[in-house]
Write a protein that binds this ligand. Structure first.
Ligand code: PMP
Length: 380
């Protein structure tokens, strides 16, 4: 008996095996995937910044000035003036006291949650939170209690029945697969009422929601205790970050193991991210265009029979069976549109979706093309 082979066989039998698709061109709205030219409707590069000319120049300038690798962790020799500058820019962008960069959003969630929450803590976590939040909870040794998706009554009931002395409420702001937005004002209110910290993951909100793309705090005019974000989606670069009051950031510098024990980000991705934040700041049209496209796509989907609404660029089309979602995605790629099938464990079993994502760089003609191809599938 070979345990790994047996497990792999089971994954394949359930249509849950994963395969990489390879891009051979930049991640613009038109790209080449596995040798096939396609309209890209799958990227988290929501503002098109990962192939922006100014961003690329900024990255190249950083390589010319500093070289490629950072040579060490931040607490040894890997801290450049650029890292500090990016943290200052993030703090300004998010209107917070202090920030700290991690190498990925995943590492930020895992590091922050496990550094703050110990065995004396309760963590109340939305059932659709991202895997990095779940893993942070597991690593923390805290008692994790999962509440129903975006259900503040269930959240409050679970807090009451556990009566925690120390605790944290954790939620995505924009949910990564459903694209809906957490009820943050109510969640923060509950946090204050029960003296719990609130941590909000703005990975899909940064550069996306709020009038100028500042994220969930701008969208709701609210202030959670801790904001996590990533530089890898709308910012078009790489890296994660945490924003909070300075004393929390000072604590995390000492305690967040995924920050302490990993070589820091390359100056190239740091300087690219600084440029992206500057572009978002000075070009409000980018975020506006993204939302015009989101509205247009939702309207188009309604016209072809889907009951879909989204305020974020993530628009899920529920398919159900894993096999069918894979089949639809394959047909769409054959027709020149790439929309991936998302399956368990990213979503629940039997609730596979086609995850459509919109970019500011799409135009209405592109979206019409995608809608025509989706219509052919006769999903409804
Ligand atoms: N949080 C959420 C909600 C995400 O969707 C993701 C990425 N899929 C992450 C965190 C992790 O960010 P990164 O890709 O930078 O590791």
């Amino acid at each position: 008996m070979n345990d790994i082979k047996d497990k792999l066989k089971l994954i394949k039998e359930n249509n849950l095996d994963r395969e990489m698709k390879y891009l051979s061109k930049p991640q613009d709205k038109f790209t080449t995937i596995d040798g096939k030219d396609a309209l890209l409707m799958s990227s988290n590069n929501y503002l098109g910044l990962c192939n922006n000319e100014e961003v690329k120049v900024a990255s190249i300038e950083a390589i010319n000035k500093y070289g490629l690798g950072s040579g060490g962790s931040r607490l040894t020799t890997g801290s450049y003036d650029l890292h500090k500058k990016l943290e200052e820019e993030i703090s300004k962008f998010k209107n917070v006291e202090a920030s700290l960069i991690f190498n990925t959003g995943y590492m930020a969630n895992v590091g922050v949650i496990s550094a703050i929450c110990d065995e004396n803590y309760y963590i109340f976590s939305d059932e659709l939170n991202h895997a990095s939040i779940i893993d942070g909870c597991r690593l923390s040794k805290a008692k994790a209690i999962v509440y129903k998706h975006n259900d503040v009554s269930d959240l409050e009931a679970k807090i009451r029945s556990n009566n925690p002395k120390f605790g944290m409420i954790v939620t995505d702001s924009v949910f990564s697969m459903d694209g809906d937005i957490a009820k943050l004002p109510e969640i923060i209110e509950i946090g204050k009422k029960y003296n719990l910290l609130t941590l909000v993951d703005d990975a899909h909100a940064t550069g996306v929601i709020g009038k100028t793309g500042r994220g969930s705090s701008e969208y709701f005019n609210c202030k959670p205790d801790i904001i996590i974000g990533t530089l890898s989606k709308a910012i078009g670069s790489e890296g994660g970050f945490v924003c909070a009051d300075k004393y929390i950031i000072d604590y995390l510098k000492n305690k967040a193991r995924s920050f302490i024990f990993s070589t820091s980000l390359s100056p190239a991705v740091i300087n690219g991210a600084i440029k992206s934040l500057n572009i978002i700041d000075t070009n409000p049209k980018l975020v506006e265009n993204l939302h015009k496209n989101i509205d247009y796509m939702c309207e188009g989907l309604k016209n072809i029979g889907f009951n879909i609404n989204s305020e974020s660029p993530i628009i899920p089309i529920l398919i159900g069976k894993e096999e069918l979602a894979l089949e639809f995605s394959k047909i769409l790629l054959g027709e020149g549109v790439y929309i991936p099938a998302i399956r368990y464990p990213t979503v629940k079993r039997g609730e596979a979706i086609l995850r459509v994502t919109i970019m500011a760089t799409h135009d209405f003609k592109d979206l019409d093309f995608a809608l025509d191809k989706i219509k052919i599938l006769n999903i409804n």
